[in-house]
Design a protein around this ligand. Structure first.
Ligand code: ATP
Length: 370
């Protein structure tokens, strides 16, 4: 949903970071709005952490500038920037109580003693751990320690909170819980959160907006839904969840929005406004859950894409089937909501099937995957 007030809090203006002759971030431009939960998502080594460290001021820019709340902070040291970072390792001081850990930053800033207690207790209340104030970090669980690290980072009211793989050390269940808590906390505080992760599911769950990075460049900038349903290229499509990539050949344009094409042997209309010409090669992308599967008798013919089930997996809510296409042995993944009442759902291995999809649910890219 578009927010009414879109005030930029951070502007990365043509930033470049090089180590020696190795370019890590390449002329990157990005505006982050006040109050946004923005996730930088990308594979290991793509430059996410470097981007975050540049914003925090732990690394120096090679070129470009960083504007924070209207001020050029490119040459301002980390401790003077109105941002805080929560790392994957919580780095709490083991010998100090939880209260003292959270109070530490305020004491360093010489905040008057009378203000410290209410502010620390407020921050602890926010992460629902006020009753733990007197304990030492070792007496807390991993998830509780991570919440303390967050309380410590928000206690001095930064304009921006940077979170670097902050949930990666937690086990699956706790991680899920913390994802919800973190998002709720961000709403409550109204602070801009910039979250770095390589976990696409985490990014989709938590963010208002996702930046997908690859090799120091932005591949796509959009809402979780746009990134998932309308990936702008093959890299993003493959990085975010499972997707089937079908080869297609243009027959002719039918209307402004539709093109008649041969998709893996199926003559059908696909939705694209791309400029195309007959015989042009395209790629048609479909998520496993967007494919419709229908069982056929072995001697039955069909205008759909034809294949045979090679295996299937029961996933609780869904049934996942692999289909090997008859004409080129390509493996296609199909996911259906499980329906106990449908005798034709639990496809047996070797079953002949026809594959189609809901009109318009496909993503069409050119032959280069763009
Ligand atoms: N101080 C440094 N000197 C030289 N190269 C570096 C330095 N810091 C990072 N790099 C390189 O920069 C690239 C990007 O690193 P970065 O940590 O930003 O990636 P990332 O996307 O956060 O990956 P990960 O998820 O694995 O942390 C990597 O190839 C890394 O080796």
């Amino acid at each position: 949903m578009e927010k009414l007030d879109q005030k930029p809090i951070i502007e990365l203006r043509s930033i470049t970071k090089r180590y020696g002759d190795k370019t890590i971030i390449d002329n990157l431009n990005l505006t982050i709005n006040d109050g946004e939960f923005l996730t930088i998502l990308g594979p290991s080594g793509c430059g996410k952490t470097t981007a975050l460290r540049l914003i925090a001021g732990f690394e120096e820019l090679t070129e470009g500038s960083i504007i924070l709340d209207g001020q050029d902070v490119s040459n301002i040291p980390a401790e003077q920037r109105p941002v805080n970072t929560v790392f994957q390792s919580y780095a709490l001081f083991p010998h100090m109580t939880i209260f003292e850990n959270v109070a530490f930053g305020l004491r360093m800033q010489k905040v008057p003693e009378s203000e410290i207690t209410p502010r620390v207790m407020d921050a602890l209340r926010m992460v629902r751990l006020e009753e733990m104030a007197g304990r030492k970090p070792s007496q807390l669980s991993g998830g509780q320690q991570q919440r303390i690290a967050i309380a410590r980072a928000v206690v001095n009211k930064p304009k921006v909170l940077l979170l670097d793989e902050s949930l990666s050390a937690l086990d699956y269940k706790l991680r899920k819980e913390m994802q919800n808590e973190l998002k709720a906390l961000q709403r409550q505080l109204g602070i801009t959160f910039i979250f770095v992760t390589h976990d696409q599911e985490e990014a989709l769950t938590m963010s208002d907006r996702i930046i997908v990075m690859n090799k120091g460049n932005i591949e796509q900038d959009g809402s979780p839904r746009e990134i998932y349903e309308d990936p702008s290229n093959l890299f993003v499509a493959r990085f975010i969840g499972e997707i089937n990539v079908f080869d297609a050949t243009v027959i002719e344009r039918v209307s402004e929005k539709t093109v008649k094409a041969n998709v893996e042997g199926r003559i059908c209309e696909i939705y694209t406004d791309m400029a195309v010409h007959p015989n042009q090669k395209l790629k048609v992308l479909l998520r496993p859950e967007d494919i419709v599967i229908e069982e056929l008798d072995e001697n039955e013919s069909s205008k759909a894409i034809i294949g045979h089930i090679s295996d299937r997996t029961y996933k609780g809510m869904t049934l996942e089937s692999n289909v090997i296409l008859d004409h080129n042995q390509m493996k296609v993944l199909v996911s259906e909501f499980f329906n106990e009442d449908d005798p034709h759902m639990d496809h047996s291995v070797g079953q002949k099937v026809a594959l189609t999809w809901h009109e318009g649910w496909e993503v069409v890219l050119n032959d280069e995957g763009r």
